[in-house]
Ligand binder design. Structure first.
Ligand SMILES: [Zn+2]
Length: 203
């Protein structure tokens, strides 16, 4: 049985693997399975491997059930409303941040060969009109501080269709716009077209 591992890290400043691998993202799309992690660690010096292993722990294979009060209303009523409510410079800056993240090194896949330009990301966002590739929810909000899973389907993110640690490239043909929920949980039952849980919104 495969466990999905999540790499739980303290502040980046105290990462012993920073020099070796750079910062590590926590998002589920790049989570290695236990066997993938071990295969990668086998290539590292034992002390480095142990330091990384000590920071990895099994994560739930399924998200927790949705509980609590209803999520807040969407910040944008539609794609057109998003375009009205933001400037071209806002959107490009948002996409530039996503490009920076995508161009950074990852624990399991190192530094990507291909660097994504901010305009590549912007084209992905615009082609999708802000909708999640998987569930179709309008996903143009930023990740809020604190818990986000009540509105996970409204948070927009750049997603590698084939994830990087499995060999997916960093080229535009492997990029899709997705909501944070579908990007985090690569499960058929979570990536349901039209899903209205987790803040799913379909104007
Ligand atoms: Zn989605």
């Amino acid at each position: 049985m495969h466990h999905i591992l999540t790499l739980t890290l303290a502040e980046p400043s105290d990462l012993p693997l920073m020099e070796l691998e750079g910062p590590v993202r926590r998002e589920g799309s790049e989570r290695p399975t236990e066997s993938e992690l071990e295969a990668r660690l086998a290539q590292l010096p034992p002390d480095k491997a142990q330091a990384i292993r000590a920071r990895a722990r099994p994560a739930p294979l399924r998200p927790d059930p949705e509980v609590g009060p209803p999520p807040p209303p969407p910040k944008f009523a539609s794609w057109a409303d998003f375009l009205d409510g933001t400037t071209a410079a806002d959107r490009r800056r948002w996409c530039a941040d996503k490009a920076t993240t995508a161009n950074g090194p990852r624990l399991m896949s190192g530094q990507p060969e291909h660097r994504i330009a901010p305009d590549d990301v912007l084209r992905v966002l615009e082609a999708a009109e802000g909708r999640c590739y998987y569930c179709g929810s309008l996903a143009v909000e930023k990740k809020p501080p604190g818990p986000w899973n009540r509105v996970g389907r409204r948070i927009g993110t750049l997603h590698h269709a084939e994830v990087r640690f499995l060999g997916g490239s960093n080229t535009p043909d492997n990029l899709v716009w997705a909501c944070m929920w579908c990007s985090t949980w690569p499960l058929e039952e979570e990536r349901r077209p039209g899903a209205v849980d987790r803040g799913g919104y379909f104007p």
